[in-house]
Design a protein around this ligand. Sequence first.
Ligand SMILES: NC(=O)c1ccc[n+]([C@@H]2O[C@H](COP(=O)([O-])OP(=O)(O)OC[C@H]3O[C@@H](n4cnc5c(N)ncnc54)[C@H](O)[C@@H]3O)[C@@H](O)[C@H]2O)c1
Length: 257
Amino acid sequence: MPHYDEFKDGIALITGAGLGIGRATALAFASQGAKVVVSDVNRHSGEETVGQIRGAGGEAIFIATDVSDEGQVKAMVAQAVEHYGRLDFAFNNAGLTQNSQPLAEQPSDTYDKLFDVSVRGVWLSMRAEIDQMLKQGHGNIVNMGSMSAVNGIAGLTTYTATKHAVLGLTRGAALDYAKQGIRINAVGPGTIDTPMIERFIKLAGTDKVMEPIRAAHPIGRTGRPEEVAEAVLWLCSNASSFVLGQILMVDGGYSIQ
Ligand SMILES: NC(=O)c1ccc[n+]([C@@H]2O[C@H](COP(=O)([O-])OP(=O)(O)OC[C@H]3O[C@@H](n4cnc5c(N)ncnc54)[C@H](O)[C@@H]3O)[C@@H](O)[C@H]2O)c1
């Protein structure tokens, strides 16, 4: 990973940082000298991420947060600022997936569950982060999209709709604050080997479910969480200073087919 001077002593908040892509991004920010606010609904895994950062000589705190709860999200940003004084970077990563099923067969609570976390969570998080970033006059936000933000995927209709919504939030908010020193973009991962995918395989009862998924990525494999973290850091860095409202696809070519 390149070294970015601007991350030294910067304050980076990451939601859903207890596992998977969020954890890899928290570790990547910390390795660049940033002070990391690890936020997750799951205390155990969030504290484990903090332990890994501190074990590697980095600086981090854990704040337990359910991103679908407005009060908790406001408290998350307030506590981060109380502890570290400001908020330079935010990665709104927390999100849920669904079982692969045609739309009419999906349980009726699928919509609320997914939209509450993956869409309301990003909406609430951006609002609280932007309030703080406006006070400082600077800030950089990356939202978690997916290849499903720009493609339809059979069996994942509700998930696909949440990620399209995240892209809409990203583009709209990027324009709202373009002149106020706040840059907002998104990442669009393909299939990434995380506990989310492990649960997907467990539900299917066989790793064979991954064969067509791997084959659907032109590069011939699934991705690693660290490969997404690289993209998030680049979007937060000065290297991408003229990039605004974009979704950077990190998907082994999935979305260009
Ligand atoms: N893994 C993939 O293939 C893939 C591909 C594209 C996009 N994504 C997106 O990346 C993000 C992270 O996925 P992952 O694969 O690392 O998932 P994961 O399940 O491995 O980790 C998600 C983390 O989010 C936390 N979380 C769940 N609900 C939360 C809530 N309400 N509030 C706060 N934290 C919550 C979990 O506790 C967990 O630590 C999600 O938004 C997902 O949609 C994943």
